[in-house]
Design a protein around this ligand. Structure first.
Ligand code: ADP
Length: 494
């Protein structure tokens, strides 16, 4: 048999590390092409032409022009940027705005976000129908609500189409817009139905993708199951149940070159699983940076997080007296809700030397916390996958996590039976209550007081495979499967 060409996939997203990032989505979109490339998949990434993207595309060349793309002229540029093969939509009326990709300078959603991300999805579909000469994707892989309409444009378009995959990184962001925009988005009247883009009387971008994509993935198997329930489905549980046969969960990986304690420019002392003692220097550096007492034996908890309701920071505040009663210290790096920021600031003022808080986003300091903290707290209410606990495992900072979503799938609870079998990589608690959380702190302190058991726990954590290798193989298999299925349907239709 002749060797077949690599499967061609177009990844469609509103952000990609290192070009533009507001959260974990960018990390995944940025890492996926190289990861699936090793599995024989040729991936290009379609991005809005924000200034940060266009500026990096030194070799850009135009392959297609639009006289009118959602209200203005536009061009499709192909080239390289940030280590990715990028297709960028140069459309100044939609994307020539600096700063946050979704919000204006006052922190409000851009008023034309429906058109901005409708255009992203529309262009993805056009490429699927052959708009970019020489590039005919076999699979269109859209991410989150910003790519949610791509399967809809393909579904309601004419002619053969590539297979579609939609990945849900966070069901909380749904892209809901007034029904009056249907015409502006270039969608036909018949698309506005329960089986299509209609969502409680509005247009639902994510809903449309969930209804019409050939396959759906979420970023962990447990999250895939949770969002079928009314409690966690955020209004979409009925649809998730209906489509459960095509839904699967694939965990995110971590860029193990960026996150490598043996080779990390951001930390005080390099270490690995055989040189755990070198972690002590990182702990001392962390204590100094956060204004904590220089106490080598104190149990230091770290937090690196958006400060929001989702992340369970209220639980951390409620459990602070218990944490301090253990003699432990707390170092928090984060930014988010003003109220939570203020409460943490007050906690640091009230407990000098015991609680240190740095508000802001600081990639280097995040590495410092993972390298120096004994344990990292991730008490999220829901967590589609979560990257912080993966970093913690890799750095031997024991993750203390809520049993939800990707946290439940990546951290193995070091309970008594697990420990007796030399298993366990962290502490997992449920339900999401102060009592259960405080019990987890107690268990952590008890283990930390046993140096041999603690070191064994750290070693197992650090030996966990958190790389992209397994997830990439799963995505590659999914692309092949969905492409073959589509080809079969098209063959039959023809
Ligand atoms: P989410 O995408 O919901 O914010 P994830 O855990 O999936 O949560 O990804 C967040 C990533 O951003 C993690 O790698 C985390 O370490 C990092 N991060 C979050 N807040 C900060 C911060 N204030 N400074 C540096 N890194 C941060």
């Amino acid at each position: 048999m002749l060797p077949s060409r690599a499967l061609a996939v177009l990844s469609v997203a509103s952000e990609a590390y290192p070009l533009i990032k507001t959260g974990g989505l960018a990390d995944v979109v940025g890492a996926l092409p190289a990861a699936v490339g090793r599995e024989g998949v040729h991936m290009r990434t379609l991005l809005p032409g924000y200034p940060a993207v266009i500026a990096e595309m030194k070799d850009a060349r135009a392959v297609h022009e639009y006289a009118d793309l959602m209200g203005g002229p536009a061009r499709l540029l192909v080239g390289h940027a940030g280590g990715l093969e990028v297709v960028a939509i140069e459309a100044p009326h939609l994307y020539r705005r600096t700063g946050n990709p979704y919000l204006d300078a006052q922190g409000r959603d851009w008023a034309d976000n429906a058109l901005r991300f409708g255009a992203l999805s529309k262009v993805a579909a056009d490429i699927g129908h052959g708009a970019a000469p020489g590039f005919h994707p076999d699979v269109i892989h859209a991410h989150d609500w910003q790519g949610g309409l791509a399967p809809a444009y393909l579904h309601y378009g004419d002619g053969p189409r590539p297979a579609t995959v939609l990945t849900v990184h966070n069901l909380a962001y749904q892209g809901k817009f007034p029904a009056t925009l249907l015409g502006d988005l270039g969608l036909p009247e018949r698309a506005f139905s329960m089986e299509g883009v209609e969502y409680y009387g509005d247009i639902g971008f994510l809903k449309a993708g969930l209804a019409l994509a050939d396959r759906i993935t979420t970023v962990s198997p447990t999250y895939a199951a949770e969002i079928r329930t009314e409690a966690d489905g955020m209004g979409l549980d009925g649809l998730m149940r209906l489509r459960s046969a095509v839904v699967s969960g694939i965990l995110n990986g971590l860029d193990t070159e960026v996150w490598d304690p043996a080779n990390d420019p951001h930390i005080a002392a390099a270490y690995d699983v055989k040189r755990l003692k070198a972690r002590e220097a990182n702990k001392a550096a962390l204590q100094e940076r956060f204004g904590l007492n220089a106490a080598p034996r104190a149990l230091v908890y770290g937090i690196v997080s958006r400060l929001t309701w989702q992340k369970g920071m209220d639980l951390v505040l409620a459990g602070l007296p218990a944490l301090l009663a253990q003699g432990a210290q707390l170092a928090v790096l984060g930014s988010g809700d003003a109220e939570l920021e203020q409460a943490l600031r007050v906690a640091a003022e009230q407990h000098p030397g015991r609680v240190g808080v740095i508000l802001g986003y600081d990639e280097a300091l995040a590495h410092g916390i993972q390298a120096g903290a004994d344990a990292v707290l991730v008490p999220s209410r829901f967590e589609p996958c979560g990257l912080t606990q993966l970093c913690a495992l890799r750095y031997g900072a024991i993750p203390v996590v809520a049993r939800t979503g990707g946290l439940a799938d990546t951290v193995v609870d070091a309970n008594e039976m697990a420990l007796a079998s030399r298993m366990g990589t962290g502490i997992v608690f449920s339900p999401h209550t102060r009592e259960a959380y405080m019990h987890a702190l107690d268990r952590t302190a008890t283990l930390h007081a046993q140096p041999t058991a603690w070191r064994a726990l750290q070693r197992r954590a650090m030996e966990t495979d958190v790389s992209w290798q397994r997830p990439a193989a799963k995505y590659a298999a999914l692309y092949h499967e969905v492409h073959e299925h589509r080809a079969l349907l098209t063959g039959r239709a023809g």
